[in-house]
Design a protein around this ligand. Structure first.
Ligand code: TRP
Ligand code: SF4
Length: 360
């Protein structure tokens, strides 16, 4: 059966932070998995981006990238439908980043909100580097090298997509696309379309201590969390502080376990939780068992899918290489247009030819 036409191209990526957790799933991956049938999807591992903050010790980058890839596959990103690749194996990202660096005013980068914030938050690292300032510009290159239409991201990344749009506009203004006889797309006067953020609806996902789930808080539940350890973590998870004794009624709306139910449990279970908690009809222990059941319904199938990659990680690496080869072809086609627009084409041109062409 021929597949229906796609609604455009999607690109997104993550830095390789090591094993992914439920927060990464709910905040991004789950959404990406759902986009695969409707869009021409490119998902990648931003390993160069990891070096913008962790340049001083790069020993774990490769292992972390592999772990993220296995999590991608386990979560349901499908190499048959999406192009899955690793940034540093597609050199064109670096070339485009360099070209963009020529036209990007420093002020545009200095006023990206994450720049100041991160420099203040990560005080133990010297982020006064060229690469760190250029972080969002590298991201712009990631997006534009695939001429992506949509970038599924969380709220925090929207300023980066905005910058990407500005960079695209500036490039297009300076360097209009060169037209050729027999051009497949003669209407398109620009090299770069302006991508739009595709906001990921992300419900608040608390970690085991009730704060936002985050690797830096050490309160995560991994996608690879074994069932016994998942159940153990839930057992000690924070609950509604007003519910001290079993006979005290509670409120799932102020309970982190209640939040988990809202995201992962069926309407039926949710109703039992609401009723039971508010009337002290159930205990937190029972409620947490139900939450564990709901989580395991999501994690169980993922862990089944990851087994073959855990047993043979090279399988996952090979998929990443194959995807990177596909990505490279697309990236090179864009780069050829970008080089030509900026008069850096690799083709020989007879003297004067270039000028004549731009007049026509
Ligand atoms: N900056 C993104 C993050 O921290 C990761 C990223 C790098 C990205 N390049 C990208 C996301 C391109 C979307 C598109 O989550
Ligand atoms: Fe939270 Fe459930 Fe206990 Fe209510 S019964 S306080 S929702 S853990």
């Amino acid at each position: 059966m021929p597949s229906p036409p796609k609604k455009g191209r999607v690109l997104s990526g993550m830095r390789p932070t090591g094993k992914l957790h439920l927060g990464n799933y709910v905040g991004a991956l789950r959404n990406w998995v759902g986009l695969q049938d409707q869009y021409d999807c490119f998902f990648f591992i931003a390993d160069w981006h990891a070096l913008t903050t962790d340049y001083a010790d790069t020993r774990s980058v490769k292992q972390n990238s592999l772990e993220v890839m296995i999590d991608y596959l386990a979560a349901g990103l499908d190499p048959e439908r999406s192009t899955l690749f690793i940034q540093s194996h597609v050199l064109q990202h670096a070339e485009l980043h360099l070209l963009f660096s020529m036209i990007t005013p420093l002020g545009w980068l200095e006023r990206v909100p994450s720049y100041k914030e991160q420099r203040e938050n990560l005080k133990d690292k010297d982020l006064g580097t060229y690469g760190f300032l250029g972080y969002p510009l590298l991201q712009s290159a990631d997006i534009l090298i695939y001429q992506a239409d949509f970038v599924p991201v969380g709220e925090d990344q929207v300023p980066h997509v905005e910058l990407t749009r500005e960079v695209a506009r500036r490039f297009n203004q300076f360097y209009p696309r060169k037209l050729h006889a027999g051009d497949r797309d003669p209407q398109r006067g620009m090299v770069f379309p302006e991508p739009k953020p595709l906001l990921t609806p992300s419900p608040k996902l608390p970690g085991t201590d009730g704060r936002k789930m985050s690797k830096s808080y050490g309160n995560t539940i991994l996608l690879s969390e074994p069932e016994a350890s998942l159940r153990q973590k839930l057992k000690t998870m924070v609950t509604d502080p007003a519910r001290i004794r079993r006979t005290d009624p509670g409120n799932p709306d102020v309970c982190p376990v209640g939040d988990l139910h809202k995201i992962f449990s069926s309407a039926e279970t949710m109703a039992k939780v609401n009723e039971g908690c508010r009337t002290a009809g159930i205990g937190c222990i029972e409620c947490k068992q139900w939450a564990s059941d709901s989580l395991w319904r999501v994690l169980g199938p993922m862990q089944e899918r990851r087994q073959k990659y855990e047993a043979n990680p090279k399988l996952a690496w090979d998929i990443l290489e194959e995807g990177s080869t596909k990505a490279r072809a697309v990236a090179e086609a864009t780069m050829a247009e970008a080089r030509e627009a900026a008069n850096l084409s690799h083709e020989y041109e007879a003297p004067g030819q270039n000028v004549a062409e731009s007049k026509s």
